[in-house]
Design a protein around this ligand. Sequence first.
Ligand code: PHE
Length: 446
Amino acid sequence: MTQVTREHWASRTGFLLASIGSAAGLGNIWRFSYVAGENGGASFLLVYVLCVLFIGLPIVIAEISIGRAAQGDAVLAFRSARPDRPWFVAGGLAVAGCFFILGFYGVIAGWALKYFVAALSGELWQAPQHNHYFKDFLAQPLAPVIWQFLMMAVTTGVVACGVQRGIEAVNRWLMPVLAAIVAVLAAYALTLDGAAKGLNFLFAPDWSALRHPQIYVAAIGQAFFSLGIGMAIFLTYGSYLARSQRVPSAAALIVVGDTLLAVVAGLAIFPAVFSFGLNPAEGPELAFITLPSLFALMPAGHWFGTLFFGLLVGAALTSMFSIMEVPVAYFMRRTGRSRRAVTLSLGAVIFLVGVPASLGYSILATITIAGRNILELYDFGVANFLLPLGGIATALFTGWGWGRIRALPGADLHDNATGKIWLFCLRFIAPMFIAIAFFSNSMVLD
Ligand code: PHE
């Protein structure tokens, strides 16, 4: 049942790159750009950064610490920290949640792959109207499922190779490439005429927008999604970290890396959107309709577009590895079977969980709740309910359940100002704000 030797990261850099790769994904590019676009740009960014600092960072520290202390999967980690209390339920929620997250995430990652290939082959640039191109693609039942399958197959293949030889090895070369691509895209977008309007949109807050409660709810949801917290992902990655590695500095780097990636991706997207007089508040279709039509008009836009979709595919993959690793770690321990066998079976199940989300645009399009189709329900439910629920559980567990005496040294912190602020955020700030966002979302659904 128990493993004799647990895998570990080959180096701290490997752990950091894999963790930033986990955090940075579709959330930073596809989701950040449309949520920021819908919620006023700079004012949203401001609230977002506050949520990341006071809610996101403390939870990332907590997750890594719990995992590193236990050297075990999500359920085992909560159980070994407090065997006398039912906190392991939080670990179970995370394991189950990952099936849904990766299910629908794989679908959108599949769209990104389709667009990357179409951009490379030139098909995308011949499409007369990108909005028809996108809708026609999604209206076919089979094609999107095949692209989703391909992304899931790559993810399964990499995770099956192991923590060091699969996940770490791929992140080590892919993450620097992705960082370079996003920097090149932003540098180029900033040279476009009218780029200043995009900069204004992203950095000059319209203070009156802060009066809309929606912006706070959207910012918390986005912080959870973009960092990928509440689903034991950093806990699981942290469980492959040697006890000698410091947690707070690693967590800070992860959070800064993730936020930078979203902002630089915004620097690539918004100047371009504004210089062509397009609307940034297009919703989830921004990356797949607005941007391709813009790339088609832009000088060197075909190159820009191809790189953009390549970035999207790479960023999605590095996140998919981490979401997959949570159930893989759990089921490896529970079943005692090999990593390869467990990963293959889970890959198949998760692919199937995602299929209805993909079909929500074709044969299951009539199934909607409050105007949302199946994929939008997965997305909304994950960002606004599942992740916050997991986040609250992690915060309350670390702040109250684990207890000051174990939690502080567990996170390499001390009973000084920093340690106190960390515990205060976990005990009060995070649960309170997450709960408020949670209930306002329940009202939106009614
Ligand atoms: N953080 C990842 C992104 O930004 C996605 C993710 C969400 C990962 C939830 C894990 C959990 O795309």
